[in-house]
Design a binder for this molecule. Structure first.
Ligand code: SF4
Length: 381
């Protein structure tokens, strides 16, 4: 299947047993309304099938929130209906984000069809987990990774680094523990303090909770060094995989400008590949009750739908494409939008050693990766 035909499906399950103090996702405490939400999601899938027509799914991803709070039956119902409506492409990725505390459900998710679990480990150190406001222990994190490895062929784990006071030695040991578990994929995220979170409010009161960006850059370098010596390649700014097969196929759709349907409260989607057809950005109603109500009233849950201009699409493709180590193909960009990059900005970034060019492809250098979006923005006219 070519990149342009690939279709992904994202399901947002918005409930979390506890809201983490750094999290600014669209999340809610469970209210006992799982059946209503599941029914709305299943109905929404039927609507979306009318809109997309028959295109096999390259990936189905349950994100959140905490989709590991879903029952095996609920996950199976979504997978079965998606298969019935669209069917799955060969070697489709069926992923689910899991809280370590939900490890008892992992084998059931695998039986329902899940073949990739992303375990929200964040740290293997109980005191660090407590500092981050997580509701699991280091032992639970280890047990969850072991259970996931027995349940499914692909396991990824998320880690958080650059909390205030963390030493490079502490991060080294955390990474070595993670890489030694046998997983094929890790996603280390720098702790960032977002407004309207509990950490954001504490930071406003003057508390320092995360390291400064300059200090965090050393952690980024160390991550590369340790992960690559363990045989992992950083294929995207925050993602390292042991092999091509271990990379996240669903996330690659986002980075490569592919199409995906976003189903569930607040889920985003993108449809349409070329400037001739235009690209549509959708966002579902954010609150679970509103979302379920909008499905009941006969729409496909979408609260906001926008036809992106060629310029907006270009900006999105530049920012997302440059996250990949392999960078952005300028011929693909032109084919999709009819537009190119800001050549003056690109030359400036190349001259400062933050960007490199190889034929029709531009990519961030190691120094550029640390600065991320700031470099990519220079390519957006
Ligand atoms: S479990 Fe994940 S999605 Fe839920 S509040 Fe914590 S960080 Fe956010």
């Amino acid at each position: 299947m070519s990149k342009s035909q690939a279709l992904g499906l994202y399901i947002h399950w918005p409930y979390c047993a506890r809201i983490c103090p750094y999290c600014d996702f669209n999340v809610y405490r469970p209210k006992g309304a799982d059946d209503l939400l599941l029914a709305a999601i299943l109905e929404d899938l039927r609507h979306w099938r009318e809109r997309t027509g028959a295109r096999p799914l390259a990936s189905l991803h349950f994100g959140g929130g905490t989709p590991s709070l879903m029952s095996q039956q609920a996950v199976g119902d979504v997978i079965d209906l998606a298969e019935h409506l669209w069917g799955f492409a060969a070697a489709a990725e069926l992923g689910l984000e899991a809280n370590p505390n939900d490890l008892a459900g992992f084998a059931g998710f695998a039986a329902a069809g899940i073949n990739r679990l992303s375990v929200g480990v964040q740290s293997f150190q109980s005191d660090v987990l407590e500092r981050l406001g997580r509701d699991h222990s280091g032992d639970a994190a280890r047990a969850a990774v072991d259970t996931a490895l027995k349940a499914v062929p692909q396991v990824s784990l998320d880690l958080i680094y650059a909390w205030e006071g963390q030493s490079l030695e502490n991060w080294r040991s955390e990474l070595e523990t993670a890489l030694g578990t046998g997983v094929g994929h890790i996603s280390p995220y720098q702790l960032t303090i977002e407004q309207n979170t509990a950490f954001g409010k504490r930071a406003e009161r003057g508390e320092t909770l995360a390291l400064e960006p300059d200090d965090a850059a050393e952690f980024y370098e160390l991550t590369d060094e340790i992960a690559s010596s363990a045989g992992f390649e950083r294929y995207e700014i925050s993602n390292h995989a042991r092999s091509k097969a271990a990379q996240s196929r669903h996330n690659r759709l986002y980075w490569e400008g592919g199409d995906w349907i976003g189903v569930g409260p607040g889920a985003h989607g993108r449809l349409g590949q070329s400037s001739s057809g235009g690209r549509i950005a959708t966002e579902a109603a954010r609150r679970p009750g509103e979302y379920a109500q909008s499905i009941k009233s006969g729409s496909w849950g979408v609260a906001d739908e926008e036809q992106l201009s060629a310029e907006d699409e270009r900006a999105e493709r530049i920012l997302m494409g440059l996250r990949l180590l392999e960078g952005l193909d300028l011929d693909d960009l032109h084919a999709a939008t009819g537009l190119g990059i800001d050549e003056t900005g690109a030359e400036r970034m190349i001259a400062t050693g933050l960007l490199q060019r190889d034929g029709a492809r531009v990519s961030l250098t190691r120094e550029g990766q640390v600065l991320g979006d700031a470099v990519s923005m220079a390519l957006v006219p």
